[in-house]
Write a protein that binds this ligand. Structure first.
Ligand SMILES: Nc1ncnc2c1ncn2[C@@H]1O[C@H](COP(=O)(O)OP(=O)(O)O)[C@@H](O)[C@H]1O
Ligand SMILES: [Mg+2]
Length: 262
């Protein structure tokens, strides 16, 4: 029962303001925190230590690049932060929630409400238009109205292409639709796994520009890549090797996406 106050209970209120004044701003808060996070697959002889005791802290509003060779644990780390899987040991806190303590339903709700995912292969539904692809996912969160979805397409420069099917779009355009799909629900965290891995240099840069713009609006963006060139546009570069975070470097002057070259 609610008493005289006009204020809705916490569960009905909007998320707390998360558009901090950008990296290193005065009101900096932590978006992601890992403490001794480990992930082991399989048992006995088949045991694989995909992630070993990872420590990481990402302030809100940063663009972070996770760099490492194939098999070094990048996707595993991103999947823990995205609540796709729980850690085997250690702590993973993101979006204000301790993911290591959530059950599967809790992680599903966390993913739905807090995380936007972008993958290497865009994973669009071929029989749906660009706008329908965006709405499909946003609807799961109750934020699937046409205007919001159209605005997300406009934010990635595809306002005029909403009626096109994936096969009618270039690879770079399809990836931008996938980014629009990820941001239409206004997630606190945007997690991108090799987002330019299937694109040529020019097209890839266009996608990085979109990601940098979204970060410029205050959104926390994590980009996983094996492409070291992309590190130059990050506020923070996390280097991984053999399942370990081996280095975290802060970059005071991130380069614009246009200057990234490979
Ligand atoms: N579901 C899984 N089952 C077993 N081993 C896995 C699984 N996912 C990843 N691995 C292993 O964990 C290690 C790290 O994988 P991954 O995080 O995908 O690396 P990266 O993204 O850096 O290429 C690899 O040796 C990989 O084979
Ligand atoms: Mg990977």
């Amino acid at each position: 029962m609610r008493h005289g106050s006009e204020q809705a209970p916490a569960s009905e209120r909007d998320d707390p303001p998360r558009r901090a004044p950008g990296p290193n701003g005065a009101r900096e808060r932590t978006a992601v925190l890992l403490r001794g996070a480990s992930k082991t697959y399989g048992k006995g002889h088949a045991e694989v230590h995909a992630l070993r005791e990872a420590d990481l802290e990402v302030p809100e509003g940063e663009l972070v690049v996770l760099l490492g060779p194939s098999g070094s644990g990048k996707t595993t780390l991103l999947n823990l932060i995205g609540g796709i899987e729980p850690p085997t040991a250690g702590e993973v806190v993101a979006g204000g929630r301790d993911l290591s303590r959530l059950d599967e339903d809790g992680r599903t709700a966390y993913r739905r409400d807090t995380v936007g995912f972008v993958f290497q292969f865009f994973n669009l539904v071929p029989s749906l238009t660009a706008l329908e692809n965006v709405r499909l996912v946003a609807e799961l969160t109750g934020r699937g109205d046409r205007e919001r979805s159209a605005a997300a397409l406009a934010a990635v420069g595809l306002a005029e292409r909403g009626g096109h099917f994936p096969a009618q779009l270039s690879g770079g355009e399809q990836q931008r639709v996938a980014i629009a799909r990820a941001i239409a629900k206004d997630p606190a965290l945007l997690l991108c796994d090799e987002p330019t891995g299937a694109l040529d240099l020019d097209t890839g840069r266009g996608v990085l520009r979109v990601l940098q713009d979204l970060n410029g609006e205050g959104r926390t963006v994590l980009i996983v890549t094996h492409n070291a060139a992309i590190a130059s546009m990050a506020h923070r570069v996390v280097r991984m090797r053999s399942g370990r975070v081996v280095e975290v470097a802060v970059n005071a002057a991130p380069a614009p996406a246009e200057e990234v070259t490979w």
